[in-house]
Write a protein that binds this ligand. Structure first.
Ligand code: HAM
Length: 413
């Protein structure tokens, strides 16, 4: 039998792993400058957590979760996202009592049984932030700003911030009634998915890709906001304007998870095709209560790392090349003894060093050194060992320097 990857998953191979490491390092750098601390939650949780948070009628819960029984017949699910788990951990560890403006971030794999296509996978990677405690428009703004500045730091073109407010729970119910009234006479002209959603999750009719045009005249949810929600939303927009952050109000943006309230946003890229959301998030003030904790207003977003990589590719982003400081070309067994000892000493001083393990000819060792981007090469034969005189070759221009083993490190910078 030939073993193959599971459909919708992929390997991150050695040739590409540096791109992931670079992005992850950048994420960590951003998180530290905005004072977010990492939270790592398990890859699986009790299924009920996701059902309760994301919502029974959402696509994620109704058809995309990887769910399995554990030994005590409790149902477990591979996390389809990390907000629910983060809030479970907040409640379980009383994190907001310890810190009234708790800021956490995460990076890791998520699992959704979606139909695979460009930018959509069954195991994908997100980084995200969750800020819990204050109900503050300034915090919404900071969360959005982090996302915007993050993408800006890669000089990505064709990126747009879209924003909307879906108000509180009461507003939403009033709006849904108005929306259904508007859609009722015309819903039969919509796609099958929308016709189903009309009954199960009417808000999601708004972000249907197929019937996008038909939705241009639906009532605007922002016209239904109560005073508090309206003031909150206007303050977020004011902060964006004051800081010269460009954005587009998208009245059809409602997001695919049930826990949101008030501010919702996405950063989209027109380089991505159908799966255009680089990241998405918003405020979710009632989730912690829903999960059995105290009222804990929260706001956050999550971003797909694969989609960032796709946009970087579309923008011809130049990742820094990987290199090795030194490769030892060894002529025989005895010279390998020396190479092993000197490699050890150089590595302990922080140099990246490698040598031949395949007994290749000198010529093919040189070729290999070139292929793996070694900056310098030293050929060690018996003469070099006997005389303690070696030649360091700079691969970039072929320039050679004579030195001793002991002084070798001086030539490597
Ligand atoms: P989401 O919109 O479901 O939100 O996912 C966030 C991002 O994850 C998307 O914008 C996309 O970049 C990426 N993504 C989602 N599904 C896939 C997939 N199948 N393949 C590749 N990338 C994907 C959430 O997950 C919320 N937890 C965000 C949040 C955090 N809201 C508040 N805090």
């Amino acid at each position: 039998m030939n073993y193959k990857l599971v459909n919708g998953t992929f390997d991150i191979l050695p040739a590409d792993s540096h791109k992931w490491q670079f992005i992850e390092a950048k994420i960590r750098e951003f998180m530290s400058t905005y004072n977010y601390k990492e939270i790592r939650t398990p890859i699986f949780e009790y299924t009920e957590l996701f059902k309760r948070s994301i919502g029974d009628q959402t696509d994620i819960v109704s058809k995309e979760m990887y769910t399995f029984p554990d030994s005590k017949n409790k149902s477990l699910t591979l996390r389809p996202e990390n907000t629910a788990s983060a809030m479970r951990a907040v409640i379980e560890n009383n994190l907001v009592r310890e810190n009234p403006q708790l800021k956490t971030f995460y990076i890791g794999p998520m699992f959704r049984r979606e139909r695979p296509q460009k930018g959509r996978y069954r195991q994908f990677h997100q980084f995200g932030i969750e800020a819990s405690g204050p109900k503050s428009a300034e915090l919404d703004f900071e969360v959005i700003l982090l996302a915007v500045r993050f993408y800006e730091s890669f000089a990505l073109k064709n990126v747009e911030l879209e924003i909307n407010s879906i108000g509180d729970l009461e507003t939403r119910q009033i709006y849904i009634d108005a929306l259904k009234k508007h859609l009722n006479p015309i819903i039969n002209d919509y796609c099958e998915n929308c016709r189903n959603r009309f009954n199960t999750n009417p808000l999601r009719v708004l972000d249907c890709k197929i019937d996008h045009e038909k939705n241009q005249n639906v009532p605007k949810i922002t016209d239904f906001l109560n005073e508090d929600s309206k003031a909150h939303y206007e303050r977020v927009l004011e902060l964006l304007e004051f800081n010269n952050i460009s954005f587009r109000e998208n009245h059809l943006l409602v997001r695919g998870l049930d826990y949101y309230s008030d501010t919702v946003f996405e950063v989209t890229s027109s380089d991505l095709g159908a799966q255009s959301a680089l990241c998405g998030g918003g405020r979710y003030d009632y989730l912690v209560e829903e999960l059995g904790g105290k009222y804990t207003p929260s706001v956050g977003f999550a971003a797909g790392i694969e989609r960032l990589l796709l946009s970087l590719e579309a923008n011809d982003y130049a990742f820094e090349e990987r290199y090795l400081d030194l490769f030892f070309v060894c002529m025989n067994e005895k010279t390998k003894l020396f190479a092993s000892k000197i490699s050890d000493s150089l590595r302990r001083s922080g140099f990246k060093v490698d040598m031949d393990f395949c007994n290749r000819s000198v010529k093919s060792q040189m070729k290999y050194a070139n292929k793996i981007n070694a900056k310098y090469v030293v050929v060690i034969g018996d003469d070099e060992i006997n005389s303690n005189q070696i030649t360091v070759k700079r691969m970039e221009d072929g320039e050679e320097f004579k030195t001793s083993f002991i002084e070798l490190s001086n030539y490597l910078n």
